[in-house]
Design a binder for this molecule. Structure first.
Ligand code: ADP
Ligand code: MG
Length: 394
């Protein structure tokens, strides 16, 4: 279902409550990475240029319903003001008299930021009392916080019960691109899935097994598939309890359109540490005392060939323990292949995006989703509460 966006409604003079995801990494009051603030700029600028009165609301960290001084949004407001080139007044409250007064006095094209919404106990409980109070000082709710859209909280979903709700430009783009991955991808559609565990991603695996033309598996997840084939994985990370599930998934691929690729060689190490010794072995030759921590060169070659022929690529999860050198090599090689391919590439998930940024390749990807859990749930086909509440396009 298509959703209305800020582009479909009149915003001039309106008091717009704009939910953003400004959950940035902070260290002693310093913002380590402002990607999330930058991602919301198009919507904020759009509203400012059209003379809306913009009231920003976001969460930051996990204050669990209490005001935590180190999780105040002041540094975020300061950074936003710099990026926007105009003042951003930051309030000390989420709701209440100060907010009412400030919104009353807010001029057209001006920007206000409320305090961290998770300081309110009602936020994560999706308490209607909080939702109503948030809605009181606004004419329109705009949700641009895709990264929080899988949560049914007062500021992501509840507030939409009381005022009209539409998507921001980032939210709109996320919905458009992630939907395209599922519904009309350029073919062949190649899905790359890695990361630590199968258990986190069973439904995404099943979904792409139905939809994709090829599924390339790496990371700890591949170990579980290989164990299901009867290989002895030594001391590798894998999920014994999920080998039956892995077997069932692999069996599905035998009758379906999708070709399931598992590693044909593995990088193994006796000790997971920087610069640790390693060797490359066949999946059947890991041996006791050794851990499989990356895909091997023959696997890289096979996967690279599949990627080179792709029409669209979706990728979640690193293919090895990329945080520890030299076990980043498989993930790096695949990242280069994806970056170099002509296919439209979509990458989502926390760790794999971090890996791409470390490698300096994030800019070569067609679309980097700002969601971790939200992206996975979207791909699973779940309805995300923060999207479900937005008005449908008729
Ligand atoms: P994402 O955040 O991209 O969805 P995950 O959170 O599922 O990815 O998994 C990332 C983690 O998986 C990383 O910390 C990485 O070190 C770990 N990992 C990848 N391959 C292996 C492996 N073979 N053995 C152990 N851990 C692995
Ligand atoms: Mg992760």
């Amino acid at each position: 279902m298509r959703k209305l966006s800020v582009e479909d409604v009149k915003v001039q003079g309106k008091r717009v409550l704009l939910r953003v995801d400004f959950n940035v990494p902070l260290e002693e009051g310093k913002i380590l990475d402002d990607t999330r603030i930058r991602a919301a700029l198009p919507t904020i600028r759009y509203l400012v240029e059209r003379k809306a009165r913009v009231v920003l609301i976001s969460h930051l960290g996990r204050p669990k319903g209490e005001a935590k001084p180190e999780l105040r949004l002041d540094p975020v407001a300061a950074r936003l003001a710099e990026l926007l080139g105009q003042p951003v007044r930051k309030l000390g409250q989420v709701v209440g008299g100060e907010v009412r007064d400030a919104v009353d006095r807010l001029g057209e094209g001006q920007v206000l930021m409320l305090e961290n919404v998770r300081f309110e106990k009602g936020e994560e409980k999706n308490d209607p009392a909080l939702s109503r109070r948030l809605a009181e000082t606004a004419d329109l709710f705009v949700n641009d916080a895709f990264g929080a859209a899988h949560r049914a909280h007062a500021s992501t979903a509840g507030v939409a019960e009381y005022i009209p709700a539409v998507a921001g430009l980032l939210m709109q783009k996320e919905i458009e691109v992630l939907t395209r991955c599922l519904h009309n991808p350029a073919r062949p559609l190649v899905a790359i899935l890695g990361g630590a565990k199968i258990s986190d991603k069973i439904n995404v695996l099943r979904r792409f097994l139905e939809l994709a033309d090829a599924l390339l598996i790496g990371g700890g997840m591949a170990n579980t598939f290989l164990a299901a084939r009867g290989f002895d994985l030594g001391d590798s990370l894998y999920e014994r309890a999920l080998t039956a599930e892995a077997q069932a998934i692999a069996a599905l691929s035998e009758n379906g359109r999708c070709r399931l690729h598992l590693p044909v060689d593995l990088v193994v190490t006796p000790e997971l540490k920087t610069g640790g010794s390693f060797k490359v072995v066949l999946p059947g030759a890991v041996g006791g005392g050794w851990k499989a921590v990356d895909i091997g060169p023959d696997t890289v070659q096979e996967y690279t060939r599949v990627i080179a022929g792709a029409g669209m690529i979706v990728w979640n999860g690193p293919l090895g323990v990329f945080e520890i050198e030299p076990f980043h090599r498989g993930t790096e090689a695949i990242a280069r292949a994806v970056a170099g391919s002509r296919a439209f590439s979509v990458v989502g998930g926390g760790d794999v995006v971090a890996a791409l940024e470390t490698l300096g390749l994030a800019g070569e990807i067609s679309f980097i989703s700002t969601g971790g859990g939200a992206t996975l749930e979207f791909w699973e086909g779940k309805e995300l509460p923060g999207i479900a509440v937005l008005k449908d396009k008729t």
